[in-house]
Design a binder for this molecule. Structure first.
Ligand SMILES: [Zn+2]
Ligand SMILES: [Zn+2]
Length: 233
């Protein structure tokens, strides 16, 4: 019997493969580990998600069961590999930075339709994203369309050019927030802006939505740029 067996500690390294980016998988792992009082870290990598987990033996077993059973609805786990490791006694659980090296074969999720929570914010005059056309969260919004390379993290998306405002930074780093580590996070203060262009590419003045509506009523055609392409109205 080893020392670690005697104190009832167990450490495992878990490699999860599948569609795990941009679906709230890392925040889910983080919350699960915290709830079970386990130490370790979760890291997104080019070949999937790597988790190191350490704690009381039954808790580690519970973690491994819940990892597949309670995974976010939009994630698709294809394979889970568990390797036993020596406990280190380190405390706390962290989301570690992605490692950009190695072969790039992590799956990128498809764009996801705006979720109910985001739609509520969109319609709420008291919300700071009221009528914000680019509202999204860890569970919805652009994915495949904005990805330039894997791993799917903000610096490797078309959102890289938009520096997050302090409010968005706070949401991005808050494990209790729905936008925790959501790469496309933005708000009216820091994200892309809605514009209405004439056929020559010149920007039309006024509220783009109101002007577009007026043009449509007048029988004109408006091309609406959406995720992955244009729609003709
Ligand atoms: Zn959402
Ligand atoms: Zn912002």
């Amino acid at each position: 019997m080893t020392t670690s067996d005697q104190v009832g500690l167990k450490r495992v390294e878990v490699h999860v493969e599948g569609v795990l980016r941009g679906v709230g998988f890392r925040p889910f792992v983080h919350a699960l580990a915290r709830r079970l009082g386990l130490a370790g870290q979760v890291r997104d990598d080019v070949d999937g998600v790597h988790i190191e987990i350490e704690g009381a033996r039954p808790r580690v077993a519970e973690f491994l069961t819940a990892l597949e059973r309670d995974a976010p609805a939009l994630s698709e786990i294809e394979r889970v590999t568990v390797v036993r490791a020596e406990p280190t006694g380190r405390r706390g659980f962290a989301i570690a930075a992605a490692d950009p090296a190695g072969p790039r074969r992590a799956a990128v999720p498809a764009d996801l339709a705006t979720c109910d929570d985001c739609l509520r914010e969109l319609a709420d005059p008291a919300d700071r994203r009221h009528r914000h056309p680019f509202v999204s969260c860890a569970g919805c919004g652009p994915r495949f369309t904005v990805v330039r390379a894997v791993p799917y993290d903000r610096p490797l998306t078309t959102m890289a050019g938009f520096a997050m405002c302090p409010d968005c930074v706070a949401e991005y780093h808050d494990p209790g927030d729905r936008r925790f580590h959501a790469p496309p996070i933005c708000c009216p203060g820091c994200g892309p802006r809605l514009r209405l262009l004439d056929p020559g590419g010149g920007e039309l003045p006024g509220d783009p939505v109101a002007t577009a509506a007026a043009l449509l009523r007048a029988g004109r055609i408006v091309a609406v740029k959406g995720l992955g392409g244009y729609q003709l109205a």
